[in-house]
Design a binder for this molecule. Sequence first.
Ligand SMILES: [Zn+2]
Length: 280
Amino acid sequence: MRTIRSLGLLLCAVLVVAGCATGGARAPLRVAALYCGEIQIPDISPWSPGFNQGRPMTFSDNCYLIQHGSDWMLWDSGLADALAANPDGAGGPMGMRMRRTKTLASQLAALGVAPEQIKIVAFSHTHADHVGNANQFAGATLYMQQAEHDAAFGAEPGKFGFNPALYAKLRDAKVVKLNGDKDVFGDGSVVILSTPGHTPGHQSLLLRLPKTGAVILSGDCAHFEENFDQRRVPRFNFSREQTLASMERVAQLMRTERAQFWINHDGEQNAGLAHGQFID
Ligand SMILES: [Zn+2]
């Protein structure tokens, strides 16, 4: 009996040491996926060249509210809230139709969070379906790759498919420019991953949740599971080579971290995700 007890104590001691080695005590962490619109696409073959000719798909579009201790962080901001006023939504390139039936602002309010409480904001990249509400968070500190910042605030944002009016108020925001990964809170629980390719400074987000375990928020590293599994690169991506390397990097991290990969635009996968509720 005594042997079993001391064995248990020894095991605890080993686990504590292991905990210390990976960053020690972490502040509580939780995340809520928020509905940030949907995009109907009549033909998804441009996203998977040579495949899926004429196949329609509805992309989901999420934002993610993250609480780390007493700090709030927003990852992606979805389609513009203004769209919610029009049930028909708005048309886009390649026959796309974009809609949102409720605003990001109302979902934050339902969780008791005011936009000005959000201290950190980061976007996977600067396309309209990810920065649609960026201007609501001009008071936050922006975490952005240098390469994306140069493209977004440079002379030719349109060349990268960006609409600068959507994020104009962030031009003078406090910004942390990144050249690679960033451990946001310094305890390993929220890590921005540099995953370029879709855009010059595209990034994904690794969350190490206390109960759920590791989750990687995709951004547009891949738009749906089949494309990720088959390593298919949309024809309009900034760099095919970088995209493939980024997908490979995510796949490797999924193995080493035993991480789930939450693909933002994968409507099917997204249907299994609870929205507006925190998970830890
Ligand atoms: Zn995109």
